[in-house]
Design a protein around this ligand. Sequence first.
Ligand SMILES: [Zn+2]
Length: 329
Amino acid sequence: MSTKFNIGVDLGGTDIKVAVVDCEGIVLYSDCISTEAHRGYGHTINNIIKAIKNILQKNNLDISQIGGIGVGCPGLVNPETGVVKFLPNIPGWINIELTDIIEKELGLKAGIDNDVRCAALGEYRFGAGKGYSNIVCITVGTGIGSGIIINGQLVKGANFSAGEIGHMILQDTGGKFCGCGNTGCFETLASGPSIVEMAENYIMGGKSSKFRELAGDDPITPEIVARAAGFGDEVAKAIFRQAGYWIGIALTNVVNLLDPEIIIIGGGIAKSGNLLLDPVRKTVQQRALKTATENLQIVEAQLGNDAGVIGASLLVCNNNNKKNTCITG
Ligand SMILES: [Zn+2]
């Protein structure tokens, strides 16, 4: 019996990240290639297969050293049948039998799940959630998603749709339209695009602020707003307070419903650290039930951009929710 490595794939709308991950959740080798979504799903799948073959070849690994391949997908998947049902940001991916295709092409066991659930699994086993059994991991980026682990088990839901926290409705009237077709969703209030929109509105309103100066001729990004806040810009700080407030309101509902031990916040916006986390913690402490907040931790994710590939690599472990689970052969 020798320990094998697994391959984790994080499929995104723009890039595909591929990594060779060991039993301890360490990324040994990784590569990033373009999704080229406009060329159709068949082309993207070929890119994934090519990238896996390349990473093995480049690092002198034989396919026999790999236990399996896990793929995190940005949308609705059925992990039991291995079918990608629908990816909202990658057109053409409807009912694609992804694990079958990968298994046939590479002769290895394959597994799939939603990308945010993969990230939650990664944080749970090897990141900020290590040692806890009741975890909510949210990612705040272009959209907002979450992975929920209760009593050490990943919650998937009857239709594999659990964790869609971004579409929790926080404004019953007058809210902005959301990509899901509803209005007033959490995602319209605190995601990356909503931070940028607030910044642009402040600029249009004639408020002087550091982020226009920092961006130069380039578009404003959440990172620029965060940098401006770091320089002490009051408008930028107010934007993060506002986003943090809404995240805190959404998480108050989550805390009252699920009573987690720890909430892990990841994604591009979370890199702003306490600038975002302080208003989140304050809101949850003020608004959630005391019994649920007494020992509650709200922390930044630890695995950064690797959470997705590390979690995906765990999908092909014998039992991805328990310890010492890497496939051995
Ligand atoms: Zn929505």
